[in-house]
Design a protein around this ligand. Structure first.
Ligand SMILES: NC(=O)c1ccc[n+]([C@@H]2O[C@H](COP(=O)([O-])OP(=O)(O)OC[C@H]3O[C@@H](n4cnc5c(N)ncnc54)[C@H](OP(=O)(O)O)[C@@H]3O)[C@@H](O)[C@H]2O)c1
Length: 334
């Protein structure tokens, strides 16, 4: 069943969709925000509400693009490592929009920690908290404000897949799902080095994104919103390497962008940002619920485990329980 904007029988696409977005301060997300503001490529001009840790910096970075396009872009405080901050952001979106509904949510923010285990404000392992749990919380919080067939796009990664040769080259060995409680507690498989554990946490958090998107698709088919996942490809030069050791960070910014041009599966901020903007706003994009696309707009290769129902159910119920104190709506979502 096709449930998207612009689909036959679906709601008519709005000229200026309302898009709520995370991860727009740098990298792929900032490129996507610029594409939506300027209606670059085949994106439509969107009215953006961005959640960011440093709203002033993002406002400054995007001000000229918004002014030139004559569209409104609000940037509100949001720390995805805090469920209370997510709840406050959801309230602020409501205040800004009044009765107007949201046409797309883009959950693009993500982090990669290296050797150190870090913790969210709620005491959960940080990679799991920001990359997985926060997206569940945000979508559950915003769900009552979504337009019929709104698109909900969460950025995943090929690293979730143990068969992804490109990711293996960088030391990723795929998602290692145990249980959501164990992931939130930062538990590591015995015998895993600290560096490998960091890569595993990232790959597993992206597997969690895909499990959530598929679970939403199963539960919400034909109803409310269209959950989608996105793989931007390997995009060197973004802020994702901010915690890497100095030499690796230098290579990520100064060597990899050139080398990556020759690598299959690699992209640029602009190309991957344009595709993300297109997924959020293009009227002629009519995806099935649960679709997982990559930067060249074709289906992204995925590990069959993204449809593991036991893992999805465990993740869903645990996320709902963890979100409940800050976002009571999450309890009803489950
Ligand atoms: N680059 C790649 O090769 C690649 C490949 C596959 C998937 N991805 C995914 O693509 C997405 C964008 O990554 P990128 O490469 O463009 O990296 P990036 O430049 O580091 O962008 C990450 C974004 O997430 C935001 N963020 C991180 N922690 C946050 C928090 N606690 N609260 C609110 N926002 C937070 C950052 O905001 P701040 O400025 O506040 O830190 C930034 O805007 C991520 O989900 C990443 O996992 C990237």
């Amino acid at each position: 069943m096709n449930t998207s904007y612009g689909a036959p029988g679906g709601p008519a696409p709005r000229a200026r969709p309302v898009v709520v977005m995370t991860g727009a301060s740098t990298g792929i997300g900032q490129a996507a925000a610029r594409a939506m503001l300027a209606a670059r490529g085949d994106a439509r001009p969107a009215r953006l509400i961005i959640g960011a840790r440093d709203p002033a910096a993002v406002q400054i970075a995007l001000a000229a693009a918004a002014r030139d396009a004559g569209v409104r872009c609000d940037v509100c405080a949001l720390d995805l490592a805090s469920l209370a901050s997510i709840a406050a952001f959801v309230d602020q979106v409501g205040t800004l929009l009044g009765d107007r509904q949201i046409d797309a949510v883009v959950g693009n923010a993500g982090i990669q920690t290296t050797e150190r285990v870090e913790w969210s404000a709620d005491g959960h392992e940080l990679t799991f908290a920001v990359n997985a749990l926060a997206n569940a919380a945000l979508v559950w919080g915003l769900a009552p404000r979504l337009a019929p067939c709104a698109r909900v796009i969460v950025t995943a990664s090929g690293t979730h897949d143990p068969n992804d040769r490109g990711a293996r080259r960088f030391g990723f060995r795929g998602g290692r799902y145990t249980s959501a409680r164990a992931l939130a507690a930062g538990q590591v498989e015995p015998g895993t080095s600290a560096v490998q554990a960091g890569r595993d946490r990232y790959a597993t958090s992206k597997l969690c994104v895909l499990l959530l998107v598929r679970e939403w698709a199963r539960r919400r088919q034909g109803d409310a919103f269209v959950p989608l996942a996105y793989d931007p490809g390997l995009v060197p030069g973004t802020g994702l390497a901010r915690d890497y050791p100095p030499l690796l960070k230098w290579a990520w910014h100064h060597v990899m962008p050139t080398v990556a041009r020759l690598m299959p599966g690699a992209s640029t901020k602009e190309r991957s940002g344009d595709t993300l903007a297109w997924m959020a706003t293009a009227p002629d994009f009519t995806p099935e619920s649960g679709t997982y696309l990559q930067f060249d707009r074709t289906p992204a290769p995925a590990w069959e485990a993204i449809d593991n129902r036991d893992w999805a159910s465990d993740l869903w119920h645990t996320c709902a329980a963890l979100c409940a104190p800050a976002l009571p709506a999450a309890t009803t979502a489950s």
